[in-house]
Design a protein around this ligand. Structure first.
Ligand code: NAD
Length: 326
């Protein structure tokens, strides 16, 4: 088995690759991986083993068709993580989001089609559904993305669907809730707050802090993706969630407890433009159809995540203060 993983040097892609190389996916202990990543500010080569006999790292752009046509032959499957992923950046400047997330996905699928790739998983997000006040989204919920990031991911989902429907590509889409865990870039809420507190700095909490997100440990997400890769049906969407709904202020207080600090460490800042109030997904399809079940409780996962950042200051200080060092 030979897989090509895009965005493999980012937070979730690198966890997926490390798990596979460590034998965490039964039946894939001998799989060889081509890790393709542009190494944007979010990509970090050190998230992957420097030298592993079953890993080949290629620095490249999913928008580069000749590169993909050269790389893809000989691979059995593609798992597609590469994306511009930070909502705040998409509000500041959306062009790269559309270019990479929509155009890059189309380019990748075109290359998969031309080179006869037999199985593809396109990794997407629950943010494509918009915001929901009550209840939870099933996979057939209408897409109503509210941010440029979410819109670009919704666009990529529709492009992916079209390559299945029109060309018959063997492709499934996953839509996951917010992830947390080790190696997440400190621009995102949980690692930003942990690392600020570790540095004795306040944490910037948007608005009233009552926005609700559903949190999933990255390891559970990766196991869900692997199930979809192995057993998901072509043309289907699978929601992956954790059932752990928390307001941002609850998350903040949990982190204050774990890292150490009181309410004075919270700095209220103006709300994010168009801030979605609540995300909540219904994941009964992947549970009943593929036997998915998250294994990490939020309490254990968040404590382990705080411990990881505490134990790995070299990793996050380099990433967080890259601008200062440049
Ligand atoms: P990330 O920003 O940590 O990693 C993205 C990776 O893609 C980086 O390594 C970056 O260098 C690479 N990349 C960006 N543009 C590229 C290009 N043009 N060509 C090749 N590589 C490129 O993101 P993440 O949090 O690991 O998210 C991975 C995927 O999961 C994304 O598609 C994202 O939309 C989706 N997702 C993330 C979450 C979350 O909570 N982080 C939740 C649901 C879905």
């Amino acid at each position: 088995m030979r897989l090509l993983v895009t965005g493999a040097a980012g937070f979730i892609g690198s966890h997926y690759v490390r798990t596979m190389l460590d034998g965490g996916f039964p039946g894939y202990e001998n799989a060889r991986i081509t890790a393709l990543d542009k190494l944007t500010y979010a990509g970090n080569r050190t998230n992957l083993p420097a030298d592993h006999p079953r890993l080949t790292f290629v620095q490249g752009d999913i928008r580069d068709l000749p590169l993909l046509l050269d790389l893809l032959p000989g691979h059995d499957a593609v798992v597609h993580f590469a994306a511009e992923s930070h909502v705040d950046r998409s509000i500041e400047a959306a062009a790269d989001f559309v270019s990479t997330n929509v155009g890059g996905t189309q380019n990748l699928l075109e290359a998969c089609l031309r080179t006869g790739i037999g199985r593809i998983v396109h990794v997407s997000t629950d943010e494509v559904y918009g915001s929901i006040t009550e209840g939870s989204w099933t996979e057939d919920w209408p897409l109503a993305p509210n941010t440029p990031y979410a819109a670009s991911k919704a666009g990529s989902d529709l492009v992916a669907r079209s390559y299945w429907k029109t060309h018959g590509l063997n492709l499934s889409i996953t839509r996951c809730s917010n992830n947390y865990g080790p190696y997440q870039h400190p621009e995102k809420l949980i690692p930003l707050f942990i690392t600020n507190l570790l540095e004795g700095e306040q944490v910037p909490l948007y608005g009233d802090g009552l926005n609700i997100r559903e949190w999933l440990h990255v390891d559970d997400h990766c196991h869900g993706i692997q199930l979809v890769l192995e057993k998901g049906r072509a043309g289907e969407v699978y929601n992956i969630g954790g059932g752990n709904e928390r307001t941002n202020v609850e998350i903040t207080r949990t982190l204050l407890d774990l890292v150490g600090g009181d309410e004075s460490m919270i700095r209220r800042v103006a709300d994010r433009k168009g801030h979605d109030l609540r995300y909540s997904i219904d994941e009964s399809k992947i549970r009943t159809e593929l036997g998915y079940a998250p294994r990490t409780t939020f309490e254990a996962g968040i404590a382990a995540t705080v411990a990881w950042y505490r134990d790995n200051p070299d990793w996050w200080k380099t990433v967080k203060h890259a601008d200062r060092q440049a």
